[in-house]
Design a binder for this molecule. Structure first.
Ligand code: XMP
Length: 512
């Protein structure tokens, strides 16, 4: 594997993704625990990430000396290049010629990193983000590329297999960056690109068997991609030692619970208990309009219902969860300050301790797109794998104010029509997430010869890479008109439709 030592860059995760796309397994560790991880993981190559610190400051982070004593290939990116130079006898200085964003690189010499990608004397676009720069190379290194702001924009010590780049090869704004990273792992480190999802599936199944033995396993299936893939892997590993529980909180989309049940029971023959808890959830939510209290109520009820069902089964030793890699990467914190809770996320976090169960998390090492590939590998249909994300608290947070069965039914109908129109227009895959929101506001309308006084439905659609930031989707007006007309004509209870043109930030994707 490749060990990526994180010095706190915003884009460190992308290094791991590019390396994995090259078919080589990679793991990120924060610099604070790099020494221990280096010993434990026995990597075959090391990449030092960028970061916000300056090597010229006292106490700024360094790579473990063991990395340079190991004889392994090392690639330093941005701060990683600077600390490598500082540690190996070169010099780094602050500079008044900062480079941020697009820059151009002149290739000064051939080097294995550029093999088959960039020839001597050519010029290429890269993405830079640095203030400091290397001003003297350590012994053994030579410059292989320069930019206006960085005389040592790429450096190489081929004898020791050490390479440094001041730019960021992991971002898309360095169009050839992925090829350079592929050269580093394949040609320089000599690693084979044999890390595939088929191989991962086998490994994960073995690991689950090893962990679980003949213990009893349960899984909270939500119908989302992550919990579904985790459940299928566990089922392949331990068969009927696994029981899945799907809590229908009455806040799912149209036909959702039934479809999930049909797929898992009939297609996969997976033991699945469907719990109809709609009355309980909706009953408690009816009088509650505070968004955070709604989220907390749903979280608490979910745990209560799940716990009751698990008890009926006679308890379990293990709980399968679809935790993903981005949730487990320890982030490098320089400020250490607490971050503000914008929304309490719904998960089954409290369960394992309460019920004294151990966690089985077969997706802990994967990114979302890798989970989708694995889902395909396990035979999940494309339309299921490609589904938009859906929040745990479901339609309750798309129904601002108190939630009632009547409102949920109206919302479900409008949402289904909206998505049907999106699919018909061929837009589904271009949108990160699209849904209807039922506003607790009634307005006056006229239909036929009569006055109406009904609810307003807001439509939302956003594009996003990871849900952290988002832009509203720019539909053409024809489409919006068509969706609005159908919703008003077909859904009793709605007489007005509006479109949400807020990005995130300042808005969030969901309304609550
Ligand atoms: P926001 O509304 O915070 O949402 O911009 C970002 C992404 O997270 C989803 N979301 C949730 N997912 N449990 C989840 O599993 C939750 O409680 C939850 N709340 C929001 C939201 O749909 C979007 O994709």
């Amino acid at each position: 594997s490749v060990l990526i030592i994180d010095f706190g860059s915003q884009v460190t995760q992308l290094i791991a993704r590019r390396v994995r796309e090259a078919g080589v397994y990679s793991e990120i560790v924060p610099f604070q625990s790099a020494e221990e991880a280096f010993g434990r993981l026995s990597p075959k190559a090391v990449i030092l990430s960028g970061g916000p610190a300056s090597t010229t400051e006292m106490g700024s982070p360094r790579a473990p000396q063991a990395v340079f004593e190991s004889g392994l290939p090392v690639l330093g990116i941005c701060y990683g290049e600077q600390t490598m130079c500082a540690q190996l006898g070169g010099k780094v200085e602050g500079s008044d010629h900062r480079e941020f964003g697009r820059a151009f690189l002149e290739i000064a010499d051939e080097c294995p990193l550029f093999e088959g990608v960039w020839g001597k004397g050519t010029r290429h676009q890269v993405w830079m983000s640095h203030g400091d720069r290397v001003t003297a190379l350590p012994p053994g290194f030579r410059a292989v590329a320069t930019s206006t702001g960085a005389p040592f924009a790429a450096i190489a010590d081929e004898a020791r297999n050490y390479y440094g780049v001041q730019f960021h090869p992991e971002v898309v704004h360095t169009p050839d960056g992925a090829k350079l990273l592929s050269n580093f792992v394949h040609k320089i480190a000599g690693l084979k690109g044999d890390w595939t999802m088929a191989a991962y599936r086998e490994q994960a199944i073995e690991a689950i068997r090893g962990q679980v033995g003949d213990g009893k396993v349960i899984c909270a299936l939500s119908g989302g991609v992550d919990s579904s893939v985790a459940a299928l892997l566990a089922h392949e590993a331990v068969g009927d030692q696994l029981t899945c529980i799907l809590v229908d909180h009455g806040l799912m989309r149209k036909d959702e619970a039934a479809e999930v049940v049909a797929m898992f029971r009939e297609h996969y023959n997976l033991p699945l208990i469907l719990v109809d808890a709609a009355d309980r959830f909706v009953g408690e939510l009816e009088g509650e309009s505070d968004p955070e209290k709604k989220r907390k109520t749903i979280g608490r009820l979910f745990i209560e219902v799940f716990e009751e069902e698990a008890k009926k089964l006679g308890g379990a030793d293990f709980l399968v969860q679809g935790t993903l890699y981005p949730d487990v990467i320890e982030s490098v914190s320089f400020t250490g300050g607490p971050s503000v809770t914008i929304k309490s996320h719904h998960n089954v976090g409290g369960l394992p301790e309460r019920m004294n169960m151990q966690l089985v998390e077969p997706l802990r090492e994967l990114f979302k797109d890798e989970v989708r590939v694995l889902g395909k590998e396990l035979g999940l249909p494309d339309h299921f794998i490609g589904r938009h994300p859906f929040p745990g608290p479901g339609l309750a947070i798309r129904c601002p104010g108190g939630v009632t069965r009547e409102k949920l039914d109206i919302l479900r109908a409008a949402d289904a029509i909206y998505l049907d129109e999106i699919r018909k227009a061929g837009l589904y895959d271009a949108i990160w997430q699209a849904f209807a929101v039922l506003l607790p506001v009634q307005t006056v309308g006229v239909m036929g010869d009569g006055r109406t006084y009904e609810f307003v439905c807001a439509l939302r659609a956003v594009t996003s890479i990871d849900g952290m930031t988002a832009d509203f989707y720019h539909y053409d007006m024809e489409f919006l008109g068509r969706a609005a007309t159908r919703i008003i004509n077909e859904v009793k209870g709605i007489n007005r439709v509006v479109y949400d043109v807020t990005s995130k930030p300042p808005g969030t994707i969901e309304w609550e």
